[in-house]
Design a protein around this ligand. Structure first.
Ligand code: 8YV
Length: 328
C-alpha cells in the first residue's frame, strides 16, 4: 500500500520533514513561497493530511475541494485559522500544538510588558539616534512593574504562566478574567484573583491579553475598554490580532489615554496599522512570542506526532474535534 500523502504548507525544520518522510509521501514548501488560496487548494486536493501553521485558512471551501483530506495538524496552539465546525462536518480531524510553547510564550509576554512599561525600545532608539547627551532625573521614567497590579485577560496555560511570573517573580498582585473561573487550587498556584473584565481594566497597571481569537473576542479591547484603563497603564497583546482594535489603540496611545503597549500580533498581519508604526510608546514585534528554536522544534514535532499517530490508527496527542467528528 502506498503511504498517505501529506502537504507541509510552510517551510519547517528539515529534521521534521525527514521524520515525516519516513511515514508519508511528503510535498513541502521549503522555499516558503506565499501560496495563494487557489495554490494551496491545488496542492492539497489529492492529499490525505496537512501540516499547517496559523497562516493557512482551512474552511468549507478548501474542504469541499479536498475530499481525501482527513487531518490538519496545526503547528500552533491557536487555531482560529481552522473552521472547526466545517472540519467536523467534513469528517476532518483538527489538531493543535498546545503545552510545548507555554513557558516560552509567557516569557515573551513578560518581556514585552517590561519593555513597554520601562520604555526600553523608545530609549534605545533615542540612544542610537545619538540624542543622549546628558543624564536627567526623569529621562524615560516609566511605570513600576514589581509590586504593581497585573491584569490577565484569558487564563489558559499561557495566562497562568504570565501570572506565575508576575506573582512569584515580581511580587505583583494578579487579577484575571476568563470565560470560566479557575479551580481554587490553580488560582492559589497562580496567586490570582478572579474579577470582572471591567474591574480588571480599571484596576490593572499592566494588562496582558492571552485569550483565543473568535467572533466573541473580536475587538474585545476597543475604544470603550481602553477608556476604562488607567492613563499610566500598559497593554500587552501576545494572543491574536483582531482581539485589539488597533486603530483605537493607536489613538489611545497617541493621546496618552494609556501610557504604553507591547504588541506581538496585529489585525491583518504581517501588515501593521500605520499609526502604530509612528508612535514611540509602543513596542512592536513580528509574532515571535513562541520563537525559540527548541520551542518551535517541539511545536513542529508535536504536529508531526499528531499526523503519525493518526495514520497509524491511534488517537493524536492533541485533537480538537475528535469527540464530535465522524473522522473519515
Ligand atoms: C505560532 C502562535 O508561531 O501557537 C500559536 O498560536 O501564535 C505562534 O506560536 C504561529 O501561530 C505560527 O504557527
Amino acid at each position: 500500500m502506498s503511504p498517505p500523502k501529506i502537504l507541509v504548507t510552510r517551510a519547517v525544520f528539515p529534521a521534521v520533514i525527514a521524520r515525516l518522510e519516513q511515514h508519508f509521501e511528503v510535498e513541502s514548501n521549503q522555499d516558503d513561497e506565499n501560496w495563494s488560496r487557489a495554490q494551496l487548494i491545488e496542492r492539497l486536493r489529492d492529499k490525505d493530511g496537512a501540516f499547517t501553521t496559523g497562516s493557512e485558512r482551512i474552511d468549507a471551501a478548501v474542504l469541499a475541494a479536498c475530499p481525501s483530506l482527513k487531518i490538519c495538524a496545526n503547528m500552533a496552539v491557536g487555531y482560529n485559522n481552522f473552521d472547526i465546525d466545517a472540519m467536523t462536518a467534513a469528517g476532518v480531524l483538527a489538531t493543535n500544538a498546545p503545552g510545548v510553547l507555554t513557558e516560552t510564550t509567557a516569557d515573551f509576554g513578560f518581556a514585552l510588558l517590561m519593555a513597554a512599561a520601562r520604555r526600553m525600545a523608545e530609549s534605545e532608539h533615542y540612544l542610537r539616534a545619538g540624542k543622549w547627551d546628558k543624564w536627567r532625573y526623569d529621562m524615560f521614567a516609566g511605570a513600576e512593574v514589581h509590586g504593581s497590579t497585573l491584569g490577565i485577560l484569558g487564563m489558559g496555560r499561557i495566562g497562568q504562566g504570565v501570572a506565575r511570573r508576575g506573582a512569584l517573580g515580581f511580587g505583583m498582585k494578579v487579577v484575571y478574567h476568563n470565560r470560566s473561573r479557575l479551580d481554587a487550587a490553580l488560582e492559589a498556584q497562580c496567586q490570582a484573583t478572579y474579577v470582572s473584565k471591567e474591574e480588571l481594566l480599571m484596576s490593572a497597571d499592566h494588562v496582558v491579553l492571552v485569550l483565543p481569537y473568535s467572533h466573541a473576542s473580536h475587538h474585545a479591547i476597543g475604544a470603550a475598554e481602553l477608556a476604562l484603563m488607567k492613563p499610566t497603564a500598559t497593554l500587552v497583546n501576545i494572543a491574536r490580532g483582531g482581539i485589539v482594535d488597533d486603530a483605537a489603540l493607536a489613538a489611545a496611545l497617541r493621546d496618552k489615554r494609556i501610557a504604553a503597549a507591547g504588541l506581538d500580533v496585529f489585525e491583518g498581519e504581517p501588515r501593521v496599522h500605520p499609526d502604530l508604526l509612528s508612535l514611540p510608546n509602543v513596542v512592536l514585534t513580528p509574532h515571535i512570542a513562541s520563537a525559540t528554536l527548541p520551542t518551535r522544534l517541539a511545536m513542529a514535532n508535536l504536529a508531526a506526532d499528531n499526523l503519525i499517530a493518526f495514520f497509524s490508527g491511534k488517537m493524536p496527542l492533541t485533537p480538537l474535534n475528535a469527540a464530535q467528528a465522524a473522522i473519515k
